[in-house]
Design a protein. Sequence first.
Lengths: 102, 774
Amino acid sequence: MVPLEWYLVLAAALFCIGTYGVLARRNAVAVLMGVELMLNAVNINLVAFWRYLEPGGATGQAFALFVYAVAAAEAAVGLALIIALWRTRDTVVLEDVDLLQG
Amino acid sequence: MVNLLNLAWLIPLFPFLAFLAVPLFTHRDRKLSHSVVIGGIAVAFVLSQIVFWVAVTHHSELPFESTVVHWLSAGVERFTLGVYIDPAATIMIFMVPLVCMMIFIYSVGYMNFGTDEVDPRYSRFFCYLSLFATGMLGMIVFNNLLTFFIFWEIMGTCSYLLIGFWYEKKYPDPDKITPKGAGLKAFIVTKIGDLFFMLGLALLYAEVDSLAYKDIFNPDTLEHLAHTPFLGTTMATAVAFLLFGGTVGKSAQFPLHVWLPDAMEGPTPVSALIHAATMVSAGVFLVVRMFPILQHIDPSVLALGGIPFVALIGTFTAIFSSIMAVAQDDIKGVLAYSTISQLGYMVAALGIGAYVAGAFHLITHAFFKALLFLSSGSVIHGVEHGHHHAHAHGDHHDEHEEEHEEGEWFNPNDMMNMGGLLKRMPRTATAFIAGGLALSGLPVITAGFWSKDEILAQAWTMNKAVFWTLAVAAGLTAFYTARQLCLTFLGEPRTEAAKHAPESVPSMTVPLLILAVFAICLGWVGIPEGLTGGVIPNWFHHFVGSTIEAHGHEAEHVIRVAGHLSEAVHEFDWTPMLIGTAFGLGGLLLGWLVYGWKPMKAGEMDRVEAGMRKVGLGWLHKAMRNRFYFDDLYDLLFVRTSIGIANLFDLFDYGQPIKQDDGTLVERHGVIDGLINLFGRVGRGLAQISDWFDSKIVDGLVNLIGNAGKLSSQGLDVFDLKVVDGVVNGVGSVVREGGNALRPIQSGRVQNYLLMASMTLVGLIVAFFLIISR
């Protein structure tokens, strides 16, 4: 059987890849995809911990489902933002969007 | 031997592997991509043939359920997975891979493989097709409703992807739906049905505690469902109603039929595969699967004139859409409405309890409708090429450029632009005519006749109203089919394009001819025994009906059918067959008299339309052509209402200036902006009053005091300038320099902020562990 640690390493790797995407990609859509990877890394953790530590309950799965719902909502809002950005500024490159600059 | 049925596990696997292989490895090589996909379905086809023949030869051992794998657990709930092969699944396993394979091969030619015009997303197309086959096959073979739903949704996704396959296509007429819009429409409309399906699953699971067929079809369970009250009716009725919602969406039954005609925006192989032969029959297959539950519903719920709601919807859809089909000019449009109508036939059959007849029509229809669509695709392809040929004056333009240059868009789907194609495309025409005759139910030789006749015969014994409606629909079907055949193939070409249309390549015509054989011969397995006195056995009825007969006594897998069904088959009644035949032949003959006797000339008005106008029914024809305005009604009720509500919310706060089509930015102010501005104005007014008070009165007082103080304080001036100012300026400049130093951090780029946050977090974590480990 695959030990729990493997799942955790996988999740950590996925999380790091996602973080890298969020921090380093210039395209807003790719950033959003990075966020999705991070969320799913968390899901792997939730489900793995549930399976190995609390297989009797359903807490881990329930939380994972919550994360899915949140991720879907996040994607909807994020994509709406990107579309608004594209319409008003003709770009989805995040470096060009610096209205907050001090 | 019967364990060979375990091979059914592998049937969906190979198309799925092909689906994975194309985007991962082979998509750059078109030939390899289509070979992989066709290879995948070919393996599935071989396996399915093995499964089919084993199932047929061991049909006393059906339904077969394989070793069960435990695949999903949630808390204490356990979901298991296995294959479940009963006669209904067996005949689907025979039909689906065969039709899929024919269509895949046809697609090679249709997407112009090996020519300059090959589709730029050729490999992607095959990848989607393969995923679709996975969905359909997976839906058939597995043993519970949850996987059924999952594969059902996979097909829904493929349908969306494939209808919108040419998503960049735009038409000059803004009212004509684009592929992109059609894909969205199909997806959203079918989702409404799927929502009902899902609720039905939840209800069923809550009550039965399992979604496996063998648990649901347990007679005790069915009895329990039939006698559990639920919201004023019984649980079985509620479950059947909700599950039937899924069918209404997927099989385009009224009132969710609006998506199917627009789905014809997809490439024609897709129309044939998904929107005629297989996916839309998934909805009917769901009713076939859920038939035992349907047998236990309270028939008076939502019934009209003694017809239960399933039959009601089916019958109405059958007649309603065949009326609309008469007024369509789009060659695929006619077929689309015809599909809706034929699906209505099947649903009506199942609704009145004619299980075998419904399943039989499902299979024969899949073959002849796939055939019709593929041949219409071949016609369109030919006319398109004829159009290019007629307008190619040495220089080769891109298709879209050419359309713009001409200023006038040529519609290769319009039957008014065809005519006389029998001579130009003989093989396609033969296939088309075979399919058309099967659809209109030409007696004795075609498959459509036998299956339609069986439905009519059942309807005759169950309910006369259903029978007459279906018979009229059969007449209309024959009429519009004759109209379509005459307009497309007879007479003289009405355009240059039709005059130059070439016959299609063999990879397109060979599948057509194979399907044509099935469209004709398949009906012979289901000839009623009463007609021939049992000389030719009604194989289909014995096999599919065996679920009802052979397993009637066993406790485990009973599928009950209304008792009078088997009687109706044995005592053969000539009346319905003769009436049905009269309607079918009458429709064909009338169609030929109107359109074939003297073929239409170019520019002539459609004859039915002209005739209806003459008797003052022009408005009715217009309504038929415009789909009885259902699309407009839904547009008004749902689309515009949603947009209205969105605009209402938008009124509250326009965030950004909106860019107009000409590129100018328009500032808009909503309710929230207005409120803020109002507060701003009030504040400004107050400030002005204060200002006046301040400058006139307070200042006067202050100045007075100040002047007095000034006189007295001049002595302290030096201390003030040097010491106090020095301190104050010092503080100020420290803050300013500090601010300047920190300013670059505030770049305005969210990612930089995130980076800082992450780094800080990492730093804190490191610090935390350092402290912990100490």
